[in-house]
Write a protein that binds this ligand. Structure first.
Ligand SMILES: Cc1ncc(C[n+]2csc(CCOP(=O)(O)OP(=O)(O)O)c2C)c(N)n1
Ligand SMILES: [Mg+2]
Length: 388
């Protein structure tokens, strides 16, 4: 028997003899959405992940951190103290539930998710520097195995490559790559997820389907009913989870991590919503209705989790106002430290990527410096933001 005949990949394995060509359709696959706490606060007690009281309270604290950080960043951008910023308001459960599973040795590639980096030790100051375009901020990102990809999807082949390296090293660490719904339409996502499936790499793809890629809504993004189902075509198991339910996200990602550690890549689709603009440069009223935003605002992930904490008797030990005050103070301090950085020179555009600058970059830098010397008016085209 040839190899082709010996498995069910043979076209004759289905449909033969029943007189008709059978198509696979979107409806063939029912993709359930994993949920533990419902929007009304009721929950499936048997499915609550095994976390102690402190860990459960920490989830709340980090979600509030995410919210406060974003509010402050949007505020300082409005005051002209930041070039731009992409808020994650509304995605706190998705972000914190997933990031709580990170181990220090794991590699983290993030899309729209800043708090995971705080959770593994990156100081807020460096995130402010990053959004001010000060490359030095990224030094600490690298120290904590964390990278932000601005070029959509570009980090996914890197994540697959790092996972491959980990696999060859026989280590215990895994790679977690955050991506957006829009990123799944890039060629890079296809290549990376396919590679992970083909080589069984220790990679976890965590896709935050926040319903938008700037102005492109999910319905326009893809003809597929869900993003999770796409993983199957790459031979990767997937789970779709309610991204407004921090416990469900934690549960989905921590069980996924166990599989990944066994050498089985996993794809997670977290269904969530971006409440704020894409970035502070975007005006979402041009492409979505207020009613839609209000509907999602009513299903606030922090409030949903609070209902659970109250029901479990854990809320009494949480002083929400004190948490907010502490995070505000941390932000104030981070901002003051970031403000100590003076305007940066153009040579910084060329620094930090390589330990030793390769000849081609050195040539470009020399050419750029020469241009600025000969034509100082070109400086007008180099945006030199105050304080970076
Ligand atoms: C390769 C590339 N193309 C286009 C852009 C412009 N861009 C920035 S964010 C974005 C949408 C990303 O959407 P999604 O992946 O859903 O992530 P989200 O911003 O919603 O978190 C686009 C098109 C980019 N940064 N990189
Ligand atoms: Mg998106």
């Amino acid at each position: 028997m040839s190899e082709r005949e010996s498995n069910d990949r043979s076209p004759s394995a289905t449909g033969a003899g029943d007189g008709g060509a059978r198509y696979l359709t979107q409806d063939d696959l029912e993709v359930p959405t994993h949920r533990i706490v419902a929007p009304d606060g009721s929950y499936n007690a048997g499915a609550v992940p095994d976390l102690d009281d402190e860990e459960l309270r920490d989830l709340y604290r980090w979600m509030v951190t995410d919210r406060v950080f974003c509010r402050r960043m949007v505020n300082i951008q409005r005051r002209g103290e930041l070039g731009t910023f992409g808020s994650t308001r509304g995605q706190e459960a998705s972000i914190v539930g997933s990031a709580s599973t990170l181990e220090p040795d794991d590699w983290l590639f993030v899309g729209r998710a800043w708090t995971p980096m705080f959770m593994r030790g990156v100081p807020m100051r460096d995130m402010i520097l990053f959004w001010r375009g000060i490359e030095e901020g990224q030094k600490s990102f690298a120290e904590h195995n964390s990278q932000i990809a601005i070029s959509i999807g570009s980090h996914l082949p890197l994540a697959a490559g790092v996972s491959w390296g980990m696999d060859l090293d026989d280590g215990d660490a895994v790679t977690t790559a955050y991506l957006g719904d829009g990123a799944t339409s890039t060629g890079a996502a296809h290549e990376a997820i396919n590679l992970a499936g083909a080589l069984r790499l220790p990679a976890l793809f965590f896709c935050q389907n926040n319903q938008y890629a700037i102005s492109t809504n999910f319905e326009s993004q893809t003809g597929a009913s869900t993003i999770a189902q796409k993983a199957l075509a790459y031979g990767i198991d997937a789970i779709r989870v309610d991204g407004q339910d921090v416990l469900a996200v934690y549960d989905a990602v921590s069980t996924a991590k166990e599989r990944v550690r066994q050498g089985e890549p996993v794809f997670v689709e977290s269904v969530t919503y971006r409440l704020d603009a894409h970035t502070t440069s975007d005006d979402p009223t041009r492409y979505r209705d207020d009613e839609e935003v209000e509907r999602w605002e009513e299903d606030d992930p922090i409030e949903r989790y609070r209902s659970f904490l109250e029901a479990e008797g854990l809320w009494d030990d949480i002083d929400h106002d004190a948490i907010v005050e502490e995070i505000e103070a941390e932000f104030d301090e981070a901002l003051a430290a970031a403000n100590e950085f003076e305007q940066r020179g153009v040579e910084e555009l060329f620094a930090y990527v390589y330990d030793e600058m390769p000849p081609e970059l050195a040539r470009q830098l020399a050419e750029f410096e020469d241009l600025l010397e000969r034509r100082p008016e070109m400086y007008d085209y180099v945006e030199q933001r105050p304080k970076g």
